[in-house]
Write a protein that binds this ligand. Sequence first.
Ligand SMILES: Cc1cc2nc3c(=O)[nH]c(=O)nc-3n(C[C@H](O)[C@H](O)[C@H](O)COP(=O)(O)OP(=O)(O)OC[C@H]3O[C@@H](n4cnc5c(N)ncnc54)[C@H](O)[C@@H]3O)c2cc1C
Length: 462
Amino acid sequence: MLDVAIIGAGIAGLTAAWKIKSSMPHAKLAVFERSPRPGGKIHSFRHRGFLIEAGPDSFLTRKSAGVELCAELGIAGKLIARRPEYKRTSIKLDGTLHELPEGLSGLVPTDFQALEKSDLLSEAGKNRLAQEISLPVRESAGDESIADFCTRRFGAQAWAKLFEPLLGGIYAGDGSRLSMQAILPNLIDLEHRYGSVIAGLKQKSTATTSTPPPFVSFDTGLHVLVDALVQEIGSEHFYTRNAIADLIRTDDHFTILAQSGKRFDTRTVLLAIPAPNVAKLTSQLSPQLARMHRNITYSLSAVVVLGYSDASTLPSFNGYGYVIPRIEQSDILACSWASQKWPGRAKNGATLLRVFIRGDGNTDVRNAADDLLYERAHKELAATVGITSKPDCRFAFRWPAGIPQFTPGYLQKLGEIKTLCATIPGLYFAGAAYAGPGIPDCIRSGRTAAGEIVKALESNFG
Ligand SMILES: Cc1cc2nc3c(=O)[nH]c(=O)nc-3n(C[C@H](O)[C@H](O)[C@H](O)COP(=O)(O)OP(=O)(O)OC[C@H]3O[C@@H](n4cnc5c(N)ncnc54)[C@H](O)[C@@H]3O)c2cc1C
């Protein structure tokens, strides 16, 4: 009989496993993972001198859980910031690249002089954005979509040409179907506390003395974090290549059925897997819980990675990359110069690019052959930056359950899931669907679930 079975060795499951192991070293703990390697969407590896990241390439420092975990694991010294010499991101409009104005605080422009110099918005668009400071505060406390909030506060043009592409690069989704309360509650808070988002951000920035880099990664890729967790947890706790097919409640415990036919009994189960997988596993246990999870939708996208050993054959590009707004009706979400963003991603004289393809465009990302995805990426790079050389290495990664889409009313749905879960003692959840898709969000949710599990086990053991 296991004390804790964690299903899913993504960053949420790994964080939870480590926290449980640290608090209860003698607990019988097993981590079940479908794939051959732990890490979930975090997947970095080396190939022909390039450091390839298949999914995420960094995480936010503003949400402290990521940096704190690195400090606890003793790997904070390996964190790196983006290369300042290429600090520049552009937005593609009508086939041309327009630099983002300086002085963005998160997504929001707060430096009007810099905004004035930028050619991203028309004069009317800039004036409308600047009026945000004096607009009335929304009275209704109900949720609204991110598109509605941004259009209301900053104007339709700023939404379509500035906020939408930046958010699209993160959520790969449709802003008119994403919840403001679940995703950007800090901006709602600023609207209410300061009467204006821009005014609130300006006041906060003057109160801050030091600013850490907004994003960090590791010298040798995000897998440093996964490796450190696996080492601390101990390989004996891992059951990789073990897809779990079903979960049954028997008297006072659960029986876990692996696809291989093996059975495991456990007092506690933590599901740290995407919502569609939770729906499959809980269909017998609680059809209602399964239905609620089935209704959580995810963005579908693909990442095409292209490595060029001799960058002198490429047209030069000064910056981290560019994003493409939905109004451009392109299948490409963003193109990122990984080797200009982060040190150590390619040898001297080489260039590593990542091209993000949206799943809700005209490309059938799920079923398309790799060659079609490469063709889409090459076509975009040739048209916008004139890259026509053949890459020396290329990979395509599809993410069918990439980012959970927190639609308006999502927090209420989560509350209902939590209430239902409380009626099944010993069942816990963690991961992107519950706390947000950012790596720090997933770490926080793994940590919270671990705290609850340890508390329950300690009280059971007396
Ligand atoms: C392309 C892309 C780029 C991203 N970029 C960033 C970024 O730069 N920064 C950032 O902060 N976030 C980013 N994200 C989001 C972030 O990577 C994820 O939200 C986060 O890693 C999810 O972690 P998780 O532990 O919840 O789940 P996952 O990483 O999805 O892990 C779940 C694990 O469960 C396993 N599993 C599923 N079903 C079963 C089963 N039945 N039995 C056993 N095992 C099972 C899976 O194989 C997987 O390993 C990105 C996401 C994508 C798709």
